[in-house]
Design a protein around this ligand. Structure first.
Ligand code: HEM
Ligand code: HEM
Ligand SMILES: [Fe+2]
Length: 443
């Protein structure tokens, strides 16, 4: 390895992939419960495994971001990680916290607010872990002395992610007892992460990948990156209003949320055009085809999942009927996968062979993984979209009772489960590709 501390990134990637596999297994479990509601009834109930599914999602994405950030700053700063020891300690700390949370859920130890179900003590541990990580990243950049635009935007994203985790602590210290107030700040973490600061992390990593895969000039990349950051801030912050329609806040949120969130897709569209323009300029000559596919796949599916599938139900007159239906789940899956799972996988697909020289990320297996995941997720998204349209129309518009409607939708859920199985096989191939020797290449 060129830099010894690349092993820090490697360790994070291995843990992230393992947790990704567990997340998908948990997803299959609740996918089965949708089709056969008696499956593990009163042994491991839907709500418990659902919590585990989405918590594993957040934890592996964050650990993936950490690994990818370490890789990125070492390459950009051309220096070793400030403290590899601290990095490995906070990785272990995160894993212990995560395992404790999940075991806790199985025993009903939960705070009960979606995505932020972790008990207070674990949230405090996560805060410490994240601060240690952000410190290590910033110190590494300072040590290297090169504040490139990619690193500046990355640090903005990471510091932002740490800051917007703080509102998640508020209800534990009794700051907001009122449910509407509680939800108001809950979205500061949940929305401002995925439609704000994480977008900056994604933009920085996408730029880094384009820099490495295309060799295009930094000045060209930087202009795109800053425009995307600008659109993200402009649209994403007040875009939070699209969650404030029906939760007890003043009605001006209908306007603010509608207008600003409807502009959010432009940031994702910007990233798609950016990635393809840079690739075309360079002629896709880089030998790491898996990394190119994952990068372009991310650029496309982030726009489809977040931009198109998001804007679809973001105006209040539509959201009135689709709020909390399977349309939401359809969007949640495609957006999380397209943007944040894919950017992580793209970083791994680039970093592993680049770190190890000739080994890792087998091309054939990697591309099989790519297609299986893309096909599986597209199937899941479309099945849930169909279910959501039926649900919105029958339940919300025609007022047919909830369970009567659910009883009509078995076929959609079976098709979703089939897509889930394909997706899970894709993840198996991804892990196989990660450890399999690749072809000799110069990257
Ligand atoms: C990568 C970025 C994004 C991710 C990961 C994401 C993910 C999610 C998730 C998981 C939910 C469900 C939250 C819940 O539990 O209630 C959600 C809700 C929602 N998202 Fe996104 N989203 C993204 C971007 C966007 C964008 C750009 C828009 C609009 C253009 C959007 C519009 C919405 C709306 C309107 C809801 C509320 C749905 C409802 O009323 O039930 N999202 N999103
Ligand atoms: C084997 C594949 C998967 C299956 C079968 C599956 C199934 C499910 C099910 C049944 C739910 C609960 C929906 C509900 O409350 O009614 C769920 C929630 C969720 N899953 Fe998955 N999942 C899979 C993979 C994934 C992946 C790869 C991601 C992201 C990269 C993901 C992200 C989410 C999110 C964000 C939610 C919360 C959605 C919301 O609140 O709207 N899942 N999943
Ligand atoms: Fe949102």
């Amino acid at each position: 390895m060129k830099y010894q501390s690349h092993s820090v990134a490697y360790n994070h990637f291995v843990v992230a992939l393992l947790l990704f596999a567990l997340q998908v297994i948990a997803g299959l479990f609740i996918g089965v419960q949708y089709v056969f509601p008696d499956f593990f009834y009163q042994i491991i109930d839907f709500n418990v495994m659902r919590t585990i599914h989405i918590n594993l999602l957040i934890v592996w994405i964050l650990i993936g971001f950490m690994g990818a950030s370490y890789y990125l700053v070492v390459e950009e700063s051309e220096t070793e990680v400030w403290s590899p020891g601290l990095a490995n300690i906070h990785l272990v700390g995160f894993v212990i916290g995560g395992v404790a949370a999940i075991v806790g859920y199985l025993f009903g130890w939960t705070d009960g607010r979606e995505f932020l179900e972790q008990p207070f003590i674990i949230k405090l541990a996560i805060t410490v872990v994240v601060l240690a990580f952000v410190l290590n990243i910033i110190m590494t950049i300072i040590k290297g002395g090169r504040w490139t635009s990619v690193q500046i935007v990355l640090v903005m994203g990471l510091v932002g992610a740490a800051l917007f985790f703080l509102p998640a602590l508020g209800n534990h210290v009794g700051l907001y007892d009122n449910l509407s107030v509680d939800k108001f700040f809950w979205w500061w973490t949940v929305h401002l992460w995925v439609e704000g600061v994480w977008e900056l992390i994604m933009g920085a990593m996408l730029s880094f990948l384009l820099l490495k895969l295309t060799g295009v000039d930094r000045e060209v990349l930087e202009k795109w990156l800053y425009v995307i950051v600008g659109i993200t801030f402009f649209s994403g912050i007040l875009g939070t209003g699209h969650h404030y329609y029906w939760e007890g806040y003043p009605s001006y949120w209908l306007w603010i949320g509608g207008i600003f969130s409807a502009s959010e897709p432009f940031a994702f569209l910007g990233m798609t055009i950016y990635a393809f323009t840079m690739m075309e300029l360079a002629g896709r000559t880089h030998p790491n085809r898996v990394a190119i596919y994952m990068t372009l796949g991310c650029a496309i599916f982030a726009f489809l999942g977040a931009g198109v599938w998001g804007v679809m139900h973001t105006l209040p007159m539509i959201n009135k009927y689709t709020h909390g239906t399977q349309i939401t789940a359809s969007h949640g899956h495609l957006a999380f996968f397209g943007a944040y799972a894919m950017i992580n996988i793209a970083m791994m697909a680039y970093a592993i062979p680049a770190m190890k020289g000739s080994d890792g990320f087998n091309k054939r297996t990697g591309l099989t993984a790519f297609w299986l995941m893309v096909i599986g997720m597209s199937d899941m998204t479309l099945a849930l979209f169909g279910a959501g349209v039926v649900q919105a129309f029958m339940e919300r518009y025609n007022h047919v009772p909830f369970l009567d409607v659910q009883n009509q939708m078995g076929l959609f859920y079976a098709v979703r489960l089939a897509g889930g199985v394909v997706f899970a096989v894709g993840v198996f191939y991804l892990i196989k590709a990660f450890f399999e020797p690749g072809e000799k290449r110069s990257a």
